[in-house]
Design a protein around this ligand. Structure first.
Ligand SMILES: CC(C)(COP(=O)(O)OP(=O)(O)OC[C@H]1O[C@@H](n2cnc3c(N)ncnc32)[C@H](O)[C@@H]1OP(=O)(O)O)[C@@H](O)C(=O)NCCC(=O)NCCS
Length: 166
């Protein structure tokens, strides 16, 4: 299965509709997050990462707010636990570093805390409920020596070993 990985800069005219459609499927349809909460006004200000399969369908996404907060991390259910979420996260961190930030933060759904812990994040506050879902605030220091966006894109898999079962 061939992958296409894209970094969409703020206000670059990139395909935000594809990012939003995937987020709608994951957050609104799957997790019952209210649509008006998922659809905020921040997308145009954000850097987005979008991964598509070889048919062009959006299968993983996430965004970085200018203040250094990562959010809207969403992987299509049949593509989970294959490393795509980590690729999106690493790219968003590299974008933050390139923008001069030394730390990034996020609100992790409790079900995803282990995913973020494995990526170097730690709790930075008390749990709270957002959109009806329990969240843990987390952050991490960015390593200035870590690979940049171009190096990550060059190193990312262009194929996954096998297509997931539908
Ligand atoms: C959370 C999410 C983005 C992770 O994406 P993913 O592509 O499945 O994650 P990856 O395959 O890149 O996982 C990277 C590492 O985290 C681990 N991991 C991923 N999801 C995990 C989970 N739910 N629990 C524990 N570990 C997890 C993986 O095992 C992997 O570790 P490994 O390399 O040692 O095997 C994805 O599960 C998702 O979209 N969930 C629904 C939406 C959501 O909850 N978004 C987060 C909002 S805060």
């Amino acid at each position: 299965m061939k992958l296409n990985i894209e970094v969409i800069a703020p206000r670059s005219g990139g395909d935000l509709a594809a990012c939003r459609a995937l987020r709608h499927r994951v957050f609104v349809d799957e997790q019952s997050v209210p649509e008006q909460v998922e659809r905020d006004e921040r997308d145009a200000d954000c850097t987005h990462v979008l991964i598509r399969d070889e048919a062009g369908a959006a299968i993983a996404t996430g965004r970085l707010l200018p203040e250094g907060r990562i959010g809207r991390m969403a992987v299509d259910p049949v593509w989970r636990r294959m490393g795509l979420g980590r690729i999106v996260l690493d790219l968003l961190q590299a974008c933050a570093l390139a923008a001069g930030r030394s730390r990034v933060s996020l609100h992790a759904q409790v079900s995803a805390v282990r995913f973020y812990t494995a990526a170097g994040y730690s709790r930075c506050g008390d749990d709270f409920v957002e959109a009806g879902i329990l969240h843990t605030p987390m952050d991490r220091t960015l390593d200035p020596q870590s690979p940049g966006v171009d190096a990550l894109l060059a190193a990312a898999p262009t194929h996954l070993p096998q297509a997931p079962a539908a």
